[in-house]
Design a protein around this ligand. Structure first.
Ligand SMILES: C[S@@+](CC[C@H](N)C(=O)[O-])C[C@H]1O[C@@H](n2cnc3c(N)ncnc32)[C@H](O)[C@@H]1O
Length: 223
């Protein structure tokens, strides 16, 4: 598929407008057709592009993009966080080919979670439990210094409640929910019983730090 105008895939960061890059704003301002999750489309209420809020199957989104892309319309697909971390961007690149896509990075929710904790993340093992069981062995994860798990309120949370107690024997757990949004919460979870009593978060990154990485009784870094 050789297209005159490539598909732009824009990482929109964790959700607040202030975390958008200037490049993301520019690319979206030039869009004629904007597709993505409703919460990200809402960030661009002032855009005059035709909007396609999307929450269903990726295959349906790919089909819906084919027609405008074939007509030479400037199409922009919005994805959450960064394009390179467990992102729909990879499915889109696979479907349309690298030569037909331009990727625009955003601030990842993983990045922001570690920033909130004032901890570097170059050693983090990233796990994607958004939507379900990621198929990783919790015993293997306990050998890592840092583990960050992308979660939502669905089946991923059920898996997390089963997997987390083992990791909590060796690691401190911080649950970073709704980052950058009005209801942002960053909490240290003291025990598996406390975790089981928590309501499932809508959007969250759970960060496990092998004990000793964060000083005890430290005040929240950005309070
Ligand atoms: C499909 S993954 C996409 C990850 C994204 N590419 C990134 O770099 O952040 C979706 C997951 O990202 C995480 N996420 C996205 N926005 C978030 C936010 N504002 N606060 C906490 N976690 C968020 C949640 O774990 C959510 O289930």
């Amino acid at each position: 598929m050789g297209l005159k105008i490539p598909l732009s895939i824009v990482g929109c960061g964790p959700g607040a407008r202030e975390f958008l890059t200037r490049e993301a704003e520019r690319v979206v301002s030039e869009a004629e057709f904007l597709a993505g999750p409703e919460r990200l489309i809402r960030l661009f209420a002032d855009s005059s592009a035709r909007k396609l809020p999307w929450s269903g199957k990726t295959d349906d989104l790919i089909k819906a993009l084919c027609a405008p892309m074939g007509q030479g319309v400037r199409v922009v697909a919005l994805v959450s966080g960064d394009v390179g971390a467990f992102s729909l961007a990879s499915r889109l690149v696979e479907a349309f080919g690298k030569e037909n896509c331009r990727l625009h990075p955003g601030i990842s929710s993983f990045q922001l979670a570690f920033a909130r904790l004032c901890v570097p993340w170059e050693n983090a093992r990233l796990v994607h439990a958004h939507g379900g069981d990621p198929g990783v062995d919790p015993a293997g994860l306990s050998r890592e210094r840092q583990v960050a798990v992308a979660l939502d309120a669905g089946k991923g949370w059920d898996w997390f409640l089963r997997a987390a107690p083992e990791l909590m024997n060796t690691h401190d757990l911080h649950l970073c929910a709704d980052l950058s949004l009005e209801d942002e919460t960053v909490v240290a979870v003291a025990s598996a019983a406390d975790l089981a009593a928590m309501p499932p978060p809508r959007l969250a990154v759970a960060v496990f730090l092998r004990r000793g990485r964060l000083p005890k009784n430290r005040p929240p870094p950005f309070a």
